[in-house]
Design a binder for this molecule. Structure first.
Ligand code: NAD
Length: 483
């Protein structure tokens, strides 16, 4: 077992308190590391370092910062296997996908590198005697507060635009899954950036996260996580009117129309539902299936679910590993109990494995509920686990759209039909940031990712996302003045 340090101001240091906390392998419950228990004093140090680095980093030519981003892309590809193994160890990401997920984020740095170099300002034709022009400037010190569901990737999608555009960054990774962030800092150390350009602090959200969100020296918080925490961060950040970017939860409606390709839809949606053990913001949250194809879809979805290999995430054959922690497993089990208490029916799954080695890990077997109704907790709240929730059958387009929109969330939706005009009418009516029409998850740095309603504020990725990390300045020049 190793003891780790935090990366602050270009140095590896322990927590000011001298304390550490344990992290565990979710596949077997064994302690794997002790991490520094960062707190307010460590946040003060990191903010101080990041503020000192800002005038140096932000004044580098964009071409130079873009070259750094390109080098980070190469480092990610070269080290994807090792970084992926760390996600497998402390998060339970199956090795089958772990390295490719990390390597896939290299593109975000390349994309940011190219696009930051062509991020042009504008001139405004206000008056013949005056030039008014607009320019994008980095914001300052940005705190990146990220969740555990993709421990490294969630950091990388924020770090790519924030750093490339000239901001200095304080990464606050999820306390239980911080090892990959520390490994990333070790790789970035080789780039010899001005000390404090990138900092990593480990520790709980209630101390490190809150100190960052309320700190006067932090100019922006870019947060991905739960709605509950997002609201707390908004309240804390309001004290200093910080720029906020929030990517929050979802309870995403899947609508299967009677003319859909049922086979393709069932297989794609089962893969999406149980990927990362359901711990994905874009995970299907509620299945609405037309009465004419309900039985066929459920049967095929169940068959696809039964084929999933659940087990040791370190095994190449495994499709689904454990949940991230004992605490989170208990939370998911609480939702399962609530579904049963409120009258939903179990088609399959939901049990804890009883045999070793899975017995000691935080596993919940893939589960399917049917007969859920709009008012049930399992239909309203984000379960964030391997639990598919089938709502009662529907037979009216207008009614299903109303039910799909009856949610505080508005992240994304999957609509399956062969009639694209009908599908596009659904896409227009459903209040979410992303709609997949007869298609499943596609993410790319050039495509925006955003939430409606309580699913978030601002865009991740795309040119819109790049601009989130800039201030827009307007400059007026009087052309009549001569020396
Ligand atoms: P979380 O909100 O519990 O924690 C996220 C981060 O915030 C962690 O680093 C945590 O330590 C920190 N934090 C916790 N309390 C804090 C506080 N009071 N002040 C400041 N920081 C605090 O979320 P989680 O359980 O790690 O992740 C799961 C959630 O993330 C789900 O709701 C999921 O939908 C959401 N998510 C959303 C997206 C998206 O793009 N919309 C992507 C991934 C995950």
């Amino acid at each position: 077992m190793s003891e780790y340090k935090m990366w602050i101001g270009g140095k590896w240091i322990g927590a000011e308190s001298g304390k550490t906390y344990p992290v565990f392998n979710p596949a077997n419950g064994m302690e794997i590391a002790q991490l520094p228990l960062g707190g307010k004093a460590d946040v003060d140090k990191a903010v101080d370092a990041a503020r000192k680095a800002f005038p140096i980093w932000s004044k580098k030519p964009q071409s130079e910062r873009s070259q750094v981003a390109m080098k980070i892309a190469s480092l990610l590809r070269e080290n994807a296997k090792e970084l992926g193994m760390i996600d497998t160890l402390d998060h339970g990401t199956p090795v089958k996908t772990a390295a490719a997920t990390v390597a896939g984020k290299a593109v975000n740095f390349e994309w940011a590198a190219y696009n930051a170099r062509s991020l042009m300002g504008h001139t405004v034709p206000q008056s013949p005697n005056e030039l008014a022009y607009l320019q994008h400037e980095p914001i300052g010190v940005v705190a990146l507060i990220t969740p555990w569901n993709f421990p490294l990737s969630m950091i990388l999608v924020k770090l790519a635009p924030a750093l490339t555009l000239g901001n200095t960054c304080i990464i606050k990774p999820p306390s239980i899954d911080s090892l990959a962030a520390l490994k990333l800092a070790e790789l970035l150390e080789k780039l010899e950036l001005p000390p404090g350009t990138i900092n990593v602090i480990t520790g709980p959200g209630s101390t490190v996260g809150e100190s960052l969100a309320s700190h006067r020296g932090v100019d922006m918080v870019s947060f991905t996580g739960s709605c509950e925490t997002g609201k707390q961060i908004m309240a804390l950040a309001s004290q200093t009117v910080k720029r906020l970017h929030l990517e929050l939860g979802g309870k995403n409606p899947v609508i299967i129309l009677e003319d859909a390709d049922i086979n393709t839809a069932a297989n794609a949606m089962a893969a999406r539902q149980f990927s990362n053990a359901g711990q994905i913001c874009a995970c299907p949250g509620r299945f609405y299936v037309h009465e004419k194809v309900y039985d066929e879809f459920l049967e095929k979805f169940t068959a696809a679910t039964q084929k999933l290999v659940v087990g040791d995430p370190g095994d190449e054959k495994t499709d689904m590993g454990p949940l991230v922690s004992a605490e989170h497993r208990d939370r998911v089990e609480g939702y399962i109990r609530s579904g049963l208490d409120e009258g939903a029916k179990i088609v399959m799954g939901g049990q804890k494995p009883t045999a070793l080695p899975m017995k000691n890990g935080y596993f919940v077997m893939p589960m399917i509920f049917t007969n859920a109704t709009q008012k049930m907790k399992i239909a309203r709240e984000e379960i964030f686990g391997p639990v598919a929730v089938f709502m009662e059958k529907f037979n009216s387009d207008a009614k299903v759209i109303e039910m799909a929109n009856d949610s505080t969330f508005g992240l994304c939706s999957y609509i399956w039909t062969r009639d694209m005009a009908r599908g596009m009418r659904f896409a227009n009516e459903i209040a979410v940031g992303t709609v997949w029409l007869s298609n499943a998850l596609t993410l790319a740095p050039e495509l925006p990712w955003t939430g409606y309603k309580e699913s978030g504020i601002g865009e991740e990725n795309s040119l819109y996302g790049l601009l989130e990390y800039t201030n827009l300045k307007r400059v007026h020049v009087d052309l009549t003045l001569t020396k």
